[in-house]
Write a protein that binds this ligand. Sequence first.
Ligand SMILES: NC(=O)c1ccc[n+]([C@@H]2O[C@H](COP(=O)([O-])OP(=O)(O)OC[C@H]3O[C@@H](n4cnc5c(N)ncnc54)[C@H](OP(=O)(O)O)[C@@H]3O)[C@@H](O)[C@H]2O)c1
Length: 341
Amino acid sequence: MKTYNVAIVGATGMVGQEFIRVLEQRNFPMASVRLYASDRSAGKKLYVGHEEIIVKETAPDSFQHVDIALFSAGSEISKHFAPIAAKSGALVVDNSAAWRMDTAVPLVVPEINPEDIKWHKGIIANPNCSTIQMVVALYPLHKVNPIKRIVVSTYQSVSGTGSAAMEELTTQAKLALEGQNIVPHVYPHQIAFNLLPEIDVFLDSGYTKEEWKMVEETRKIMHADDIAISATCVRVPVFIGHSEAVNVEFTDPMTADEARRILARAPGIKVLDDPSVSLYPIPWLAAGTDDVFIGRIRADASHPRGLVMWVVADNVRKGAALNAVQIAEESIRRNWVKPKS
Ligand SMILES: NC(=O)c1ccc[n+]([C@@H]2O[C@H](COP(=O)([O-])OP(=O)(O)OC[C@H]3O[C@@H](n4cnc5c(N)ncnc54)[C@H](OP(=O)(O)O)[C@@H]3O)[C@@H](O)[C@H]2O)c1
């Protein structure tokens, strides 16, 4: 079996740490692994399996012997280093927003558009976390009955902002319970016992960039430029797991039972839908798992060709690290990665 030299850029962060877990759990065919972060973390020791690895500062020569580079260190780092890594012959799978809407870069969810990997020129983009779980849930239905319009409201956990936000929620929750003063650092307002309808920056349209990512990325992944989409993205005081209330309008009517049957057979999905016993997806149970969970599937009372559903997934796994590793696995499976040695 071929094995590959892997590099993780952003290895000390939320997604970087999950990359290490996912690679281990899936027995990814690694010949070696290199861990990179900023100069702040250089010298830090991390374990991959039983091997202790010293984190190095990311530098132009970091990718010389690398076959697959998994990036999760933010857009600026990806913009700078991903082309350098690709030029040195590595396949880059990038978690940031830097390349997602570049027409020369495939944006891939392996359950939906693995064929797009084929036209990569060294960089493949991993979509935004809230987009990934929504398209995994909707694409199997879209294939049977094309979707005309989506209205989605998200309930996004703080892990989506990274490790500093996880600490902020923990600290603020303690301070709030002790009745002490709270000064927000990561978010514009207190996040503990609160929620914020602001994720990423506001655009002139009144939407946030996160909301607009859901619109553009969904169309690109599903190859469906004419789907009308409106999103409202909300940060909630949950540590891990994004939840979404999704209203979908189809070309033809579709019953909830038909949707349940289609989704139950679709890859990467678990249907949890029995309201009589309060069975529906919740972020607490989705955390640490790989599937996209769907429940509360029902006819949309406001539209004859509409359905409503509730979609939950671990944003750090399927929304980031797992999807990126699946892209790498799919590229290997189709012989689209050539090991250097
Ligand atoms: N969290 C999610 O659910 C999620 C989902 C999808 C996509 N993403 C994307 O993944 C990326 C990372 O997110 P995260 O949640 O893992 O953030 P994070 O926990 O804040 O981690 C950021 C990582 O980037 C590294 N980094 C920062 N500045 C750097 C520099 N100048 N050079 C090299 N490395 C540097 C950090 O290293 P140090 O430890 O040295 O600072 C750390 O390893 C972001 O682009 C984010 O949008 C995240």
